[in-house]
Design a protein around this ligand. Structure first.
Ligand SMILES: NC(=O)c1ccc[n+]([C@@H]2O[C@H](COP(=O)([O-])OP(=O)(O)OC[C@H]3O[C@@H](n4cnc5c(N)ncnc54)[C@H](O)[C@@H]3O)[C@@H](O)[C@H]2O)c1
Length: 328
């Protein structure tokens, strides 16, 4: 049975939601985070926190051994696409070397399961609905570091006989219905976050980058998945790979494409203010359209999403943003 779970990056947006679900399911949680983009206030009170860098193999190994860690969920990474292009070294060090050092710390311990947060950004652009066997060709440095991470984990798992779950997240949005956690960082460059921040202003302006793509309305198309659904997936996958002694690579998305313009219109609909939608030119490195074929995931864990609804996701983002604004 899974008991003691180490979450790297547990003070971040997704890590805090995963902690919430696992703690609700009676797991003991240990968090490693250097707080480079995470926040102390997102750390679950029931988790044990270590302010440690994933590059520090020695310290992590001590934490793994002293807490009898049986499973690792590895989220700690740098993830801003534009920043990665400007500073590849930082991204390779943190995301690739960091993953490697963390794996070294797991060697010859009780760690039996390893979950990794990968991304849709590993796929070749232009394939639209991608399954796990679609062509891998990351456009960004960030995507390249994630595919390197995946390979390190697969090699390690084979040699050391552990199970892995490589989860390729699509675009995460929303915040927990508990109202206690959500996305804080303003640097994250998430569409829903940017729009939520705008809606707190007197005269909100929602920017659409690119209006001439070959998509339903000319703007980019993404598969947005609610963060609470993603968090629950981690719990279910961990239980399943442990029980079956099996490893899987799985897309995590709803198999549903929403355009950036559709999202902007929903934000506009939920606001009482006059919203200006600004159409502007394409950005470099944006994938045109990508959605997840999620059959493999659904078959593996008998998963039914609970938050697959644009209006609900937008509302949860706005509720969270209002809370942040009132507490500032
Ligand atoms: N947010 C998304 O839409 C999305 C999509 C695909 C994949 N992912 C992946 O999910 C994971 C979590 O993303 P998030 O959105 O929660 O981001 P986040 O920035 O909120 O969380 C990352 C956490 O990792 C910590 N961290 C970074 N480098 C570290 C290091 N060297 N040592 C220790 N801690 C470190 C940060 O302080 C932060 O708390 C990342 O691996 C990211 O690549 C996110």
């Amino acid at each position: 049975m899974i008991k003691n779970i180490l979450i790297t990056g547990g003070a971040g947006y997704i890590g805090s939601h995963i902690s919430e679900v696992l703690i609700r399911n009676k797991k003991k949680i240990f968090i490693i985070d250097n707080l480079s983009s995470g926040y102390k206030k997102l750390i679950n009170k029931k988790a044990k926190f270590y302010k440690v860098n994933i590059l520090n193999t020695k310290k992590i190994r001590k934490i793994i051994l002293s807490n009898k860690i049986d499973s690792v969920i590895h989220l700690a990474a740098n993830l801003i696409i534009g920043e990665g292009e400007k500073n590849p070294k930082k991204y390779y060090t943190n995301n690739v070397k960091g993953t490697n050092n963390l794996l070294k710390a797991c060697k010859n311990t009780k760690v039996k399961n390893f979950i990794f947060s990968s991304t849709a950004a590993v796929y070749k652009d232009g394939q639209y609905r991608v399954n796990e066997n679609s062509i891998i060709k990351p456009k960004s440095i960030y995507g390249k570091t994630k595919i390197r991470g995946e390979r390190l984990i697969m090699n390690f798992a084979k040699k050391n006989k552990i199970n892995y779950g490589i989860l390729r997240y699509f675009n995460i949005a929303g915040s927990s219905p508990s109202g206690k956690i959500g996305l804080i960082s303003r640097k994250s460059d998430h569409l829903f976050k940017n729009f939520s921040i705008e809606l707190m202003k007197k005269k909100p302006k929602l920017k659409i980058y690119g209006t001439d793509y070959q998509t339903k309305d000319g703007s980019c198309v993404r598969d947005f998945i609610h963060v609470s659904d993603i968090a629950e997936i981690h719990f279910l996958i961990l239980e399943k790979i442990n029980k079956m002694n099996i490893s899987k690579i799985l897309n995590c998305g709803y198999n549903k494409g929403l355009s950036v313009l559709e999202v902007a219109k929903e934000f506009s609909r939920q606001s009482t203010k006059k919203i200006e939608i600004i159409y502007t030119k394409r950005r470099n490195n944006d994938l045109i359209k990508i959605i997840a074929s999620n059959n493999k995931l659904k078959n593996f864990i008998k998963w039914k999403p609970k938050f697959n609804n644009l209006a609900k996701i937008v509302k949860s983002c706005l509720d969270w943003e209002k809370k942040l604004k009132n507490n500032r």
